[in-house]
Design a protein. Structure first.
Length: 244
């Protein structure tokens, strides 16, 4: 099986694990400037991936960095939805979001994924439900379960996004489990640390739903900045969906 784009998403998968380890509380106790090291490492990987993707993906990645940073300031610093280890927004985070976005996009472009798209979706779809249900039962993760239900609704309304966001769901599961394990950030036990009637796990199981908003924000900005290219892009998407 030839993986044409592994050179793009492979480094991102490694970066999620190693980069978050660098920013961990454990490394921080040994080396006070570990977050600066993490920032530099992620920026290098971002530069490599950025140089490897298409012009459209380059624009979406840059938009993703800007949108992500704004979202982090609002939700982490402003609303306290979650809190980073140093109570800041680490520089590597918005660039990391853009890397995750690019990685999943290029996973969906793999010939093997396109060929087996329906089988992959039919396998991952029930696992998403089971995963969130188990967190609800064993960790009282109401917030994560509600997020998962929102994902299912969005899948129904936008079926062409199922393969992208099914893969994205588990990419986010991976980074959230790693990030919270290393104490790079943590989620409060109730929603926003204020709403006791919406208990949450650390991390919430279905928090990958935020990438729907992230995707919508990136594509909306790209649409208005590049109307001609956007129409061509959507036409290609529709053709690909019809063929699948």
């Amino acid at each position: 099986m030839h993986l044409k784009f592994a050179h793009i998403y492979g480094p991102v998968l490694f970066t999620l694990g190693f980069g978050l380890f660098l920013d961990s509380a454990y490394v921080g106790a040994l080396f006070a400037s570990n977050q600066l090291l993490t920032n530099a490492f992620v920026m290098l990987v971002f530069a490599y991936v950025f140089s490897s993707v298409s012009p459209v993906s380059k624009k979406l990645m840059l938009l993703g960095v800007v949108i992500s940073y704004g979202g982090e300031v609002v939700f982490a610093l402003g609303l306290g939805m979650y809190t980073y280890r140093l109570e800041n927004v680490p520089l590597y985070v918005p660039f990391g979001h853009a890397l995750v976005y690019a990685a999943v996009y290029y996973m969906t472009k793999e010939r093997w994924v396109r060929k087996h798209q329906k089988r992959i979706i039919s396998t991952l779809y029930p696992i998403i439900i089971i995963y969130a249900t188990l967190w609800l039962i064993f960790a009282n993760d109401v917030f994560g379960f509600v997020c998962m239900l929102v994902i299912l609704v969005l899948f129904h309304r936008r079926p062409e996004t199922k393969i992208f966001f099914s893969l994205m769901f588990f990419m986010v599961v991976y980074l959230e489990l790693v990030g919270t394990y290393y104490q790079c950030w943590h989620w409060p036990s109730i929603w926003f640390g204020e709403l006791s009637w919406v208990p949450s796990a650390n991390p919430p199981s279905g928090i990958g739903v935020v990438y729907f908003a992230f995707d919508a924000g990136c594509l909306l900005c790209y649409k208005y900045l590049n109307l001609t290219s956007w129409r061509r892009f959507r036409a290609i998407q529709r053709i690909a969906h019809q063929r699948s």
